[in-house]
Design a protein around this ligand. Structure first.
Ligand code: FRU
Length: 482
């Protein structure tokens, strides 16, 4: 550990100590999501199961609630639900990363844990350099930095980052998010036989390539994985213009399904589909665990979108990760299901069977809460519209005729109503995960997901059901005791 590293660690821990009381006093602290102990969190990084334990690293700025020279914070878990804070994994201590140990991934090799991340460097005039770096650990907790393993190829600007590494047929592959000199965002593939020496393979896909027209000026956080016999590229392109109910956040996260040619790097793919319909979701990363599950976690935030207005800032922290979701592919669509381990944390169930909601606003005793799971199975729907109001702050509205599901929120910036939508042909089930200041809605077994922060009156736990027409549903609530 260098002196600078030691010093940065100490300064970060001092921040944690200094603001601990203030942070913990925030009623918006979550109960079953990963948050920074102080400061700002953004992307999930290095998500892996190593020697049986799940590791989650994250982009962390300990010194303020804004972006800057990022650290890698670190949590571990045995069950993907309860997370234990670990010592800081990486600090931006060396010349090749002095302005941030930016996003990256983890892979196990010969019993060791390897991290790959982007060293971000800026000079006085704001010119950027970018190095893909490696760090190795025997125990999964202490990392030895090996420095840059891949320098910036000529074709790209220094917006070249977020390496995701995996193994396929005995070789290692790395996909990187890039921008070329014509401001076209692309995902690019590299190959290695030893994790140290990397060779450029080719462009996976991107803006102004054979399969896409204009598709963003920069692609961040790419991830390539197999899912039910196909290849999926998940990526966060920046610069897509809003189109009707699509691309309504400042930046998007979505995926392409297809087939990757490992010789050329080319992904033959279908259309870009958004991963999430809510207000806050970005830069997801996946891993595969020893049960063969493909699990995804995202950042419950979006760069440059209401970041400075987040109400938790006055308590010296900001942002959270999403809960882990298990992925599968059905008819070319990624299905996301809440990780099943969360069910083991369910407290006593409150259940209403065949509950009728008929031209009224209705409250069901016990169907409320701050950190709860709600399951609504719709058995009969003869309504024009059916809606669920959450803590006088968010509202889910299903318009049956149009097959349109809407999530409304009272903006925490100006109190106005803002909304996000998607089509759901036949609404059968909603699973809502509320956690103090977040909401994750899984529609029809994970066909669609809405992920959002919410900042209602901290005491308000009310949930109201309303129908214009009549709806019959089974309604359950579990407190989540994590
Ligand atoms: C995405 C991102 C990454 C980068 C990191 C920096 O949110 O901009 O591209 O590596 O955050 O914190």
């Amino acid at each position: 550990m260098s002196e600078r590293d030691e010093q940065l660690r100490q300064e970060a821990y001092e921040q944690v100590e200094k603001h601990k009381t203030m942070v913990e006093a925030d009623p918006y602290r979550l109960k079953y999501h990963i948050m920074p102990p102080v400061g700002l969190l953004n992307d999930p990084n290095g998500f892996i199961q190593f020697n049986g334990t799940y590791h989650m690293f994250y982009q962390w700025m300990p010194f303020k609630t804004g972006h800057g020279a990022k650290f890698w914070g670190h949590y571990t878990s045995e069950d993907l639900v309860t997370w234990t804070e670990q010592p800081i994994a990486l600090t931006p201590s060396e010349w090749y990363e002095k302005d941030g140990c930016y996003s990256g991934s983890a892979i196990e090799h010969d019993g060791k844990l390897y991290l790959f991340y982007t060293g971000n460097v800026k000079d006085e005039d704001g010119n950027r350099e970018s190095y893909q770096c490696m760090a190795i650990s025997e125990d999964g907790i202490h990392f030895e930095k090996k420095g840059p393993v891949l320098e910036l190829p000529e074709e790209y600007t220094a917006h070249f980052r977020d390496p995701k590494v995996w193994k396929e047929a005995g070789r290692f592959y790395m996909v990187i998010g890039t921008q070329n000199h014509d401001e076209q965002g692309r995902a690019v593939l590299f190959v290695s036989d030893d994790l140290h020496a990397w060779e450029h393979v080719g462009v996976v896909t991107g803006s102004h390539t054979d399969q896409l027209d204009e598709f963003g000026f920069m692609w961040e956080c790419p991830d390539i994985f197999h899912l039910n016999g196909q290849d999926v590229l998940a990526v966060s392109p920046q610069g897509l213009e809003a189109k009707g109910m699509h691309y309504n956040n400042v930046y998007q996260s979505g995926y392409f399904v297809g087939s990757l040619n490992y010789e050329t790097g080319h992904l033959q793919h279908g259309e870009f589909q958004e991963l999430d319909r809510g207000f806050e979701f970005y830069a997801p990363q996946t891993t595969v665990d020893d049960q063969g599950r493909r699990i995804l976690v995202g950042w419950m935030g979006v760069p440059d979108q209401y970041e400075e207005e987040q109400p938790t800032i006055k308590h010296k922290w900001v942002h959270t990760l999403t809960m882990p979701r298990e992925l599968s592919l059905e008819n070319g669509k990624v299905i996301q299901k809440p990780i099943k381990e969360l069910e083991t944390k369910r407290g006593a169930q409150m259940k209403y069977e065949d509950a009728d909601i008929k031209n009224e606003v209705k409250q069901f005793g016990g169907i409320n809460g701050l950190s709860v799971e709600l399951q609504i199975d719709i058995k009969k729907n003869l309504s024009k519209s059916f809606d669920i109001e959450i803590r006088n702050n968010m509202r889910l509205i299903y318009n049956r005729k149009e097959g349109l599901l809407t999530l409304e929120r009272k903006s925490f910036v100006n109190g106005r109503t803002e909304s996000r939508h998607c089509y759901v042909e036949d609404l059968k089930q909603l699973r809502l995960f509320l956690d103090t200041s977040s909401l994750e809605v899984f529609v029809n077994g994970g066909e669609e997901v809405f992920t959002s922060r919410m900042f209602p009156d901290a005491e308000n736990t009310t949930i109201l059901f309303a129908a214009n027409g009549s709806v019959t549903a089974d309604i359950s609530r579990w407190h989540l005791h994590v």
